[in-house]
Design a protein. Structure first.
Length: 276
């Protein structure tokens, strides 16, 4: 067996000298079948090497070649990641489905939920499929699945289910994300006192995105001193351009536009978080 492994290593290293992809695969395929139990794994490893090098077409060829010797969930998983990276999301989903069929690992349901959530940005019907995968993960007591199931229900407008599911997670809320979502739901339902309470809890747990929402509620209540404090927190900590605009609007309504200009001039366009 040791001699066979040496032959395998030599063959693959020799294959690397070929610039032509087809010749490379032909070279690897010429390895003796007496080491067949290592053949698929080696091809899969070669696929992963080319994946990390950014050569996606060659990575795909090695992954697919490895599946000819055995139905390996690792190769299907790697193909799923590869196609996701290449934004071939339907192909990615199909490979993750095969992984789940072979392994029944709940984490794969999460991958599928996220893939269909991204596809939902251009085809809203995919959001429903995403929710079903997150729901399956939730039903299997997978905490990330529970969070995403709640978030997808919120996105789809089922606020009652979203709130109910989020509330099961508050004891495990380490960074304020759950309270932040509960605050958003309360705000949509016009429960402003509850919304402020949940945003405050989120802020205490370090959720920086809650600062602007707290400021908006104080602004709405004409509590401008507190609103200013939290707008500035959002601008200076969360780097929120939205908060800067809200702060400008508040000061403008108070006839303090010059005060805003003095404050705002210190922030250049590239300062802000593009996501917020």
């Amino acid at each position: 067996m040791k001699k066979s492994l040496i032959v395998l290593s030599f063959s693959i290293l020799s294959a690397l000298s070929f610039s032509n992809e087809t010749k490379m695969l032909d070279k690897v395929e010429s390895v003796s079948l007496e080491i067949n139990e290592n053949y698929g794994k080696t091809l899969n490893d070669m696929g992963s090497y080319y994946f990390t090098q950014g050569d996606y077409p060659l990575a795909e060829k090695f992954y697919k070649e490895s599946l000819k010797s055995e139905s390996d969930p690792t190769a299907y998983f790697n193909l799923g990641l590869l196609y996701r990276k290449m934004k071939m999301r339907e192909e990615s989903a199909e490979n993750f489905k095969k992984v789940y069929e072979l392994t029944k690992k709940v984490e794969i349901l999460e991958h599928l939920g996220h893939i269909y959530a991204v596809m939902g940005e251009s085809d809203e019907s995919k959001y429903q499929i995403s929710r079903e995968y997150f729901k399956k993960a939730h039903m299997l007591n997978f905490i990330e699945g529970t969070y995403n199931y709640a978030a997808m229900n919120e996105k789809l407008g089922d606020l009652k289910t979203a709130k109910k599911v989020f509330k099961t997670l508050v004891e495990n809320d380490k960074n304020g994300d759950v309270y932040f979502h509960l605050g958003k739901i309360d705000f949509k339902e016009k429960n402003y006192v509850l919304a402020l309470d949940n945003y405050m809890k989120a802020a205490k747990l370090g959720n920086k995105y809650s600062y602007n929402e707290i400021a908006v509620l104080y602004d709405f209540d004409n509590n401008y001193e507190e609103a200013e404090k939290y707008y500035k927190k959002s601008i200076e900590i969360a780097k929120s351009k939205k908060a800067l605009r809200n702060y400008e609007k508040m000061l403008q309504e108070q006839g303090k536009l010059e005060e805003y200009k003095e404050y705002g001039k210190q922030f250049k366009e590239d300062y802000f978080d593009p996501k917020y």
